[in-house]
Design a protein around this ligand. Structure first.
Ligand SMILES: Cc1cc2nc3c(=O)[nH]c(=O)nc-3n(C[C@H](O)[C@H](O)[C@H](O)COP(=O)(O)OP(=O)(O)OC[C@H]3O[C@@H](n4cnc5c(N)ncnc54)[C@H](O)[C@@H]3O)c2cc1C
Length: 406
């Protein structure tokens, strides 16, 4: 039987698209993934304030807050080894992707999605120029609309431009000492213009990783970096976390995965098909953030299909709007990401850190750095006079489970 929509990939992009389609009343939605869920995904697993607003709209906000670890402040170490401590009232949450992606899939299934794990898509089915379904080795699904949400290694990506990537490597530790509710970003000069991080996943467990440019050389001469990511990670751990790692226990192995990004989102539409998330290179070039971007583009894609199915727009009009929405939502933030990358190669970040003791500069820096990292405008909280501990009561109202950690 022909379905209304088939989505390839049940990461945040595909999961969000499925939920939104069903929320909009579209029926016969199939979600396929090569893996069986819950499955691991190499990721820092941090959901930004924008990501949290999105999960609320998708109906899994309460579960994410119940299972996740709430972050209320960010410690930044500059290339010159100066520190800034940013606190806002817009919480972030770290929730292991194994659990987070599974929540999205469960929500999609509850709303009526037909989820098919173990379906490794190998080919798009075409009738003339139109995409009309997807095939695996031993199964096929035909549908009016196909959404490609198959991530960084997308085999269906239509974007022929050379890939721009961020190389990453990360690991997990227990019994690592950290300030409750605080994540760390270390702008080490060897990773410039990118950074290393420490994200707490629970009161007992953290993940630590690095990201660095996957290519070297200017436009036209760009080639894959020859630097050994493992060596860079070893030096990073030694330089920044040697003492704190002494009593810690590593869980599992180091894992790496590229992040694919772009500044100008290419036309991510085709006859009968939409591309979204990291498969469409929609990630932030300065932070590597991609969970929120995948969910947002998934929601836009679902809205485009729901408009066509509901008869309020032609496919042509809905697809144009889909592309425009993505560009309008992300291009400014991605351009600002490049500004941040450039600034990080100058002493500017260190200068901001030096002035950080002045309340005015502190407010301005919190806004500017926070907005650049979030890829959008950050609203400032009144800084609790006594620091993070005094943010507890307000936090307890919003996140009762996680506030118990403080
Ligand atoms: C080390 C690291 C740390 C990161 N940390 C963060 C972070 O803290 N916060 C953040 O916001 N972002 C982070 N990111 C980026 C984020 O992980 C991705 O941008 C995000 O997962 C993209 O979502 P997606 O749905 O587009 O793709 P994915 O999450 O990659 O999902 C794609 C899905 O498609 C499936 N699939 C692939 N091929 C096929 C096929 N042929 N057939 C069927 N199914 C298929 C896969 O199994 C997968 O489930 C990090 C990335 C890395 C590598």
């Amino acid at each position: 039987m022909r379905k209304t929509a088939v989505i390839i990939g049940a990461g945040p992009g595909g999961g969000a698209a499925a939920i939104r389609l069903l929320q909009r009343g579209v029926r016969d939605v199939v979600l396929v993934d090569k893996d069986r869920f819950p499955r691991e995904k190499t990721c820092g697993s941090a959901l930004s304030p924008n990501g949290l607003k999105m999960v609320q709209a998708l109906g899994i906000g309460a579960e994410v807050k119940r299972l996740g670890y709430v972050i209320r402040s960010l410690k930044i170490k500059t290339p010159g080894n100066r520190e800034m401590h940013l606190t806002t009232d817009q919480a972030a949450v770290v929730l292991l992707r194994k659990h987070f992606d599974n929540l999205l899939v469960e929500q999609a299934c509850t709303l009526g999605a037909d989820f098919r794990p173990g379906f490794k898509a190998t080919e798009l089915i075409r009738e003339g120029s139109r995409v009309v379904g997807v095939r695996s080795k031993d199964e096929e699904v035909r549908a009016d609309y196909v959404l490609c949400a198959d991530g960084a290694h997308s085999i269906f990506s239509w974007d022929e431009r050379p890939k721009r990537t961020i190389s990453t490597l990360m690991g997990w530790w227990e019994d690592f000492a950290f300030e409750p509710g605080t994540m760390e970003m270390v702008f080490d000069k060897h990773l410039s213009p990118l950074y290393g991080w420490m994200f707490p996943e629970s009161a007992e467990r953290v993940n630590i990783g690095i990201c660095m440019d996957g290519e070297e050389g200017g436009p036209g001469a760009r080639k894959k970096t020859t630097r050994n990511v493992r060596d860079v990670f070893d030096s990073f751990l030694h330089d920044h976390y040697r003492d704190r790692l002494r009593g810690a226990r590593q869980i599992g192995k180091f894992k790496g995965h590229p992040i694919s990004y772009t500044t100008w989102i290419k036309d991510c539409t085709g006859d009968g098909v939409l591309y979204l998330g990291e498969g469409a290179r929609i990630t932030h070039n300065a932070t590597g953030e991609g969970i929120y971007q995948a969910m947002q583009s998934g929601v836009y894609a679902a809205d485009a299909i729901a408009d066509v199915v509901g008869g309020t727009a032609s496919e042509h009009k809905a697809w144009r709007r889909y592309l425009w929405q993505n560009r309008q939502r992300f291009t400014f933030g991605f351009a600002m990401g490049h500004v941040l990358r450039t600034a990080l190669k100058t002493p500017l970040f260190d200068a901001i850190a030096v002035g950080y003791n002045s309340p005015t500069i502190r407010r301005l820096a919190t806004w500017a750095v926070g907005s650049a990292l979030a890829g959008s405008h950050v609203e400032l909280a009144q800084q609790p006079a006594g620091g993070f501990a005094e943010a507890g009561p307000a936090l307890a109202e919003t996140f009762p489970h996680a506030a118990a950690n403080y």
